[in-house]
Design a protein around this ligand. Structure first.
Ligand code: G3P
Ligand code: CA
Length: 287
């Protein structure tokens, strides 16, 4: 009997203890809720806010210096760019150089197709005078020269300008040699971009850990397909809408927009939660 009473009392005591536990948890929950709601709204936003848009120096700080020269890249770094962008062309002797056009006409004092020039012929050209007399003497840099110059002090955002498998092969060779891709490589040092899905797919197959960005017109981009090999999209500003940005994000793709050269557009894209912008005016974009 004594045993029955004791066990009954113990049961009641335990029930009471469980109720107390429940009450304690409830109280704790209420206190937490009160604490969260007491935080000023501004701080709540800051806690949940996305990090600010990254700035990709489009062809270097090309608004202030001759594009794709060491001077433009140096300036971009100095102005706080998060990446320096390098467009790739290949010379007659198979060397990768930083140049946008497939001819040397616009950005040097030479003439003709890059692929008809050897590296030493390209090196003899002046890549600064077309921009300003003060920049006379600037040279066209080789990709490898840029990498040797900057090392891992700033990440590279490299555009494969054609769908030729030779360009991808050479690029891989250079990046591997400098341990920017592959086993035991420096992480986050390289982003690969292209309009040519074929080149990106070839790159992604070998180096799936490298960030890949598919460039294109937002109206023509097939997000479902792109997400099978890319980490993000690089839409042109033309035809870009907030709906496109949302759709890309919903599909797990980052959005890097080109080319953003004024404050109003930058602010609009910030509101749309765009992840990065290409700009010729690094300093302006970093404000
Ligand atoms: O790479 C983004 C943007 O640079 C693509 O256009 O012609 O300037 O290489 P483009
Ligand atoms: Ca480019």
């Amino acid at each position: 009997m004594e045993h029955v009473i004791t066990s009954h009392m113990l049961h009641l005591y335990m029930e009471g203890a469980n109720e107390m536990k429940k009450m304690a948890v409830l109280l704790l929950f209420i206190l937490l809720a009160v604490a969260v709601y007491s935080i000023p709204k501004q701080n709540q936003q800051a806690a949940g806010e996305k990090r600010s848009m990254e700035v990709i120096a489009h062809r270097g700080a090309s608004g202030y210096a001759p594009e794709h020269t060491l001077a433009a890249y140096e300036l971009a770094k100095k102005q706080g760019a998060d990446f320096i962008e390098i467009d790739l062309q290949m010379t007659k002797d198979g060397r990768l150089i930083a140049m946008h056009d497939d001819t040397v006409d616009r950005t040097t004092n030479g003439q003709g197709l890059v692929k008809d020039h050897t590296l030493s012929q390209i090196k003899a050209l002046d890549a600064g005078s077309w921009f300003s007399p003060d920049d006379k003497g600037e040279k066209v840099p080789e990709l490898e020269e840029i990498i040797r110059h900057f090392g891992t002090s700033i990440p590279y955002y490299i555009e494969i300008k054609n769908s030729d498998s030779e360009m991808v092969r050479k690029l891989v060779e250079v990046l591997r040699r400098h341990r920017l891709i592959g086993k035991n490589s420096h992480k986050g040092q390289v982003v690969i971009e292209s309009f040519h899905a074929k080149s990106l797919i070839a790159f992604d197959k070998k180096y799936p850990d490298t960030e890949i960005i598919q460039l294109g017109d937002p109206l023509k981009m097939n997000i479902e397909e792109v997400k099978t090999y890319a980490d993000g999209v690089g839409p042109s500003l033309n035809h870009l809408s907030e709906t496109f940005v949302k759709r890309a994000h919903k599909n797990g793709l980052a959005v890097h927009v080109w080319t953003v050269d004024n404050r109003e557009t930058k602010q609009k894209l910030q509101k749309w939660q765009v992840d990065a912008i290409f700009t010729d005016f690094t300093k302006l974009a970093k404000e």
